[in-house]
Design a protein around this ligand. Structure first.
Ligand SMILES: Nc1ncnc2c1ncn2[C@@H]1O[C@H](COP(=O)(O)OP(=O)(O)OP(=O)(O)O)[C@@H](O)[C@H]1O
Length: 219
């Protein structure tokens, strides 16, 4: 469902941050993306979310050449991709509930049709009691769970998560990872960028390792 062929990326006139990156994300797959700080993980996620264009090479997403997408087509494809940003990107003037419901509102759905779904997911991630508060009063771990719930609510075909367990204790990290695994079992392809080797070691999953801009796949 995603294919990178010899993808290279540089920011402006800087050095190539990603070099000759070739890999695929098969349907219904689960993989970790790892590598040292500054290796290019976030850059790769931004390419996958169509918020950056490669400097060279080919990216195909859901059978479409990413270089040939018009802005409105990009927006439509993005609805099929869920993303959890490292810095959460919650909207501070909306409640936790409203933040999580936002992707459904953007799709034009009526609140009566999704209220129960949003509430149930918030309860699942342990934010049932916090759904009416604004993000600035949430703890780091609560914000992270709200960002995860927002990425999951529209049942994406691909879920991308940048360090989704970075702000939570080890037991919650395992619970969140189980949530990602459940999602994977229900048919979503999941890619989790993480530095957390202990977490990766608990699951026998494919690993994409970036080092100095080059990517190696360990199946
Ligand atoms: N907007 C930008 N402009 C210029 N250089 C950038 C930009 N974003 C990232 N870089 C550079 O690209 C390289 C890869 O950065 P990236 O954020 O993708 O790494 P990362 O593997 O996600 O790091 P970390 O694990 O620390 O989050 C780094 O050298 C970084 O300084």
């Amino acid at each position: 469902m995603v294919r990178f062929e010899n993808v290279g990326l540089r920011y402006g006139m800087g050095p190539e941050v990603l070099r000759d990156v070739t890999f695929g994300i098969p349907p219904r797959s689960f993989q970790f993306l790892t590598g040292p700080s500054g290796a290019g993980k976030t850059t790769l996620l931004r390419l996958l979310f169509l918020s950056l264009r490669p400097t060279r090479g080919l990216i195909s997403i859901f059978g479409r050449d990413a270089a040939k997408l018009a802005p409105d087509e990009t927006a439509v494809l993005r609805q099929r991709i869920g993303i959890v940003f490292q810095d959460f990107r919650l909207l501070d003037h909306l409640s936790t509930y409203e933040n999580v419901a936002l992707p459904l509102r953007v799709q034009g759905r009526e609140e009566a049709g999704y209220r129960a779904e949003v509430t149930e997911l918030l309860q699942w991630v342990g934010l049932g009691e916090r759904m009416h508060v604004l993000p600035p009063v949430l703890s780091g771990g609560e914000k992270q769970r709200a960002a995860i719930a927002r990425a999951l609510i529209s049942r994406p075909e691909i879920l991308l998560a940048d360090e989704p367990t970075g702000n939570v204790d080890p037991s919650l990290a395992r619970r969140l990872l189980r949530l990602f695994l459940e999602l994977h079992k229900s048919g979503t392809s999941v890619l989790i960028a993480t530095h957390d080797i202990a977490l990766m070691d608990q699951f026998d999953a494919r690993r994409l390792v970036i080092n100095q801009g080059r990517l190696t796949v360990y199946d």
